[in-house]
Ligand binder design. Structure first.
Ligand code: 0DY
Ligand code: CA
Ligand code: ZN
Ligand code: ZN
Length: 498
């Protein structure tokens, strides 16, 4: 991830040392008065100062009386920004738009703003941005592409005071285009897969522009890559966001779109963009109706799990649309989206999961449905109804499933009862028994259960109960999240500080 972001930085924000290293001339400046700049030059300079020096046009500056000298008036209005720009380039800080000043402005340069020192925030200095769609010829109809881009901008304008307008002709702040292979910006595309798109950080010229790899199978449903999902990510870059280490974020460096899950900005994305541009006036009412989803935090003392299972040598802890994977060889438990391992087939907010080693399948339960996956593939005909297991009709869901691989049976937990399911005969043995009888000391209903290191681990809320099946008693209780080892990596600490 770090690599991706580093390469993005070097590719997308051409070094500004290039600008500062330009030879500075110290002599030969014209001393006398010179003819004022043309209107076209004024317009150019105005845009330049807006982009790089945070110049904000004020409406009173536009008001000109008939008898004022237009050039003098323009220069007075821009004096401060021109001086700052002149100092930056080693020009005499006259505050006037001299020919030399104009010449320096017109030199090719990178898209970064000079106002904010490197390492600080790069963002647009105005709240209304224009975008233009240039040079597309794709299997998707134009009207559909327009709709997708409008929807992608809307996600960002919902939470910030930013406004985005489509332009069909004329220049635009953000030019969106589709390209194949080398398209002469130093970052060639790579055919199908790999790099899907890239964007330039806010700035003049190519700054803010978004390029999509035309070799990809772009789609607006579930085949290929979802254009909306990638557009939202790229527009985030075009607005000045870098990659996020939060796997729930749209700005996560890898394509993580799950068609079953509605595309929305995560809490992290919203925080990051609002740090750059502030909060939209209707944000409070919007987010009270539908708050941006938070990514679960392994260090949250109130963390609870939806389900826990063994998977090969790993233990998987499920929460919402995420899971932590604990591998005996790695001391760090990594958070990933469930969809990054099982794309499209497994739903979020599961009730129970278990692995049947003998049959080499994993079973996922949610509500009255269950899914059987062999390796990473969904078996045909699933999801099916949990009545298959032989539960009476009153059982509408299960709380947890506990598989005993050596004895070939699985215990299902429902409320304060449990059921013993014989995996060989594929039937429930006898009828339900009270949990307190089979598993004394375990509170009900439970969230999750797993067999791990010779003990049964029950999870309820933020407490984990270690149960010894041979002596039939709880041997210890610990916080639910202690197996995840709450140690934050640098990335996470950095993102949280913001
Ligand atoms: N562009 O913004 C990217 O991040 C490039 C890589 C960069 C070094 C130029 C890129 O296309 N990354 C792929 C991507 O899907 C990585 C991949 O998994 N193939 N990025 C866009 C994306 C789309 C949707 C990311 C998310 C969601 N999270
Ligand atoms: Ca590609
Ligand atoms: Zn490009
Ligand atoms: Zn990216």
């Amino acid at each position: 991830m770090k690599m991706l972001w580093l390469s993005l930085l070097t590719l997308m924000t051409p070094s500004r040392t290039l600008v500062t290293a330009l030879p500075l001339r110290s002599s030969g400046w014209p001393a006398g008065h010179q003819a004022g700049p043309s209107e076209a030059d004024q317009e150019f300079a105005e845009e330049y100062l807006q982009h790089f020096y945070g110049y904000k046009p004020r409406s009173d500056r536009q008001k000109r009386t008939a008898d004022t000298d237009v050039n003098a008036d323009w220069t007075t209005g821009h004096c401060d920004e021109i001086q700052r720009m002149q100092r930056f380039f080693g020009l005499p800080p006259t505050g006037e738009l001299t020919n030399e000043t104009l010449a320096v402005m017109k030199r090719p340069r990178c898209g970064l703003s000079d106002v904010e020192p490197f390492g600080e925030t790069i963002r647009w200095k105005k709240s209304s941005l224009s975008y233009r769609i240039a040079g597309y010829n794709l299997p998707i109809p134009t009207s559909k592409i327009h709709k997708i881009f409008r929807a992608a901008w809307k996600l960002w304008s919902n939470v910030t005071p930013m406004k985005f307008h489509k332009r069909s002709r004329k220049e635009a702040d953000i030019v969106i285009s589709f390209h194949i292979g080398d398209h002469e910006d130093g970052s060639p595309f790579d055919g199908t897969g790999g790099i899907l798109a890239h964007a330039f950080m806010p700035g003049f010229g190519i700054g803010g522009d978004v390029h999509f790899d035309a070799d990809e199978d772009w789609s607006f449903n579930s085949t290929g890559f979802n254009l909306l999902a990638v557009a939202v990510h790229e527009f985030g870059h075009a607005l000045g966001l870098s990659h996020s280490s939060d796997p729930g974020a749209v700005m996560y460096p890898a394509y993580n779109f799950a068609p079953k899950y509605e595309l929305q900005l995560s809490f992290r994305d919203v925080k990051d963009i609002q740090r750059l541009y502030g909060i939209s006036s209707n944000f409070a009412s919007l987010s009270s109706k539908k708050p941006p989803p938070r990514t679960p935090d392994k260090c949250d003392p109130d963390l609870s799990f939806d389900a826990v299972t063994e998977l090969q040598q790993e233990v998987l802890f499920f929460k919402d649309r995420f899971m932590w994977r604990k591998h005996p060889q790695f001391d760090e438990t990594r958070l990933t989206l469930i969809s990054s391992l099982w794309p499209d087939s497994v739903p979020p907010n599961l009730d129970a999961v278990y692995q049947n080693v003998e049959r080499n399948v994993n079973l996922f339960f949610k509500g009255h449905q269950y899914w059987v996956l062999r390796q990473l593939k969904l078996e045909e005909g699933f999801p099916r109804n949990i009545s298959d297991f032989g539960f009476p009709a009153r059982i509408k869901s299960v709380d947890a499933a506990l598989h005993f691989r050596y004895d070939r049976y699985t215990v299902f937990f429902t409320g304060n009862q449990c059921w013993r399911y014989n995996e060989l005969q594929m039937t429930i043995e006898g009828s339900a028994t009270p949990i307190e009888q089979q598993w004394p000391g375990i509170p009900t209903p439970i969230d999750a259960a797993v067999f791990y290191e010779g003990l049964v681990h029950f999870f309820k809320g933020n407490i984990r109960y270690k149960f010894d099946p041979s002596s039939k008693r709880v041997v210890s209780t610990t916080p639910t999240n202690d197996l995840l080892e709450c140690k934050k990596n640098d990335d996470e600490i950095l993102t949280e500080r913001r």
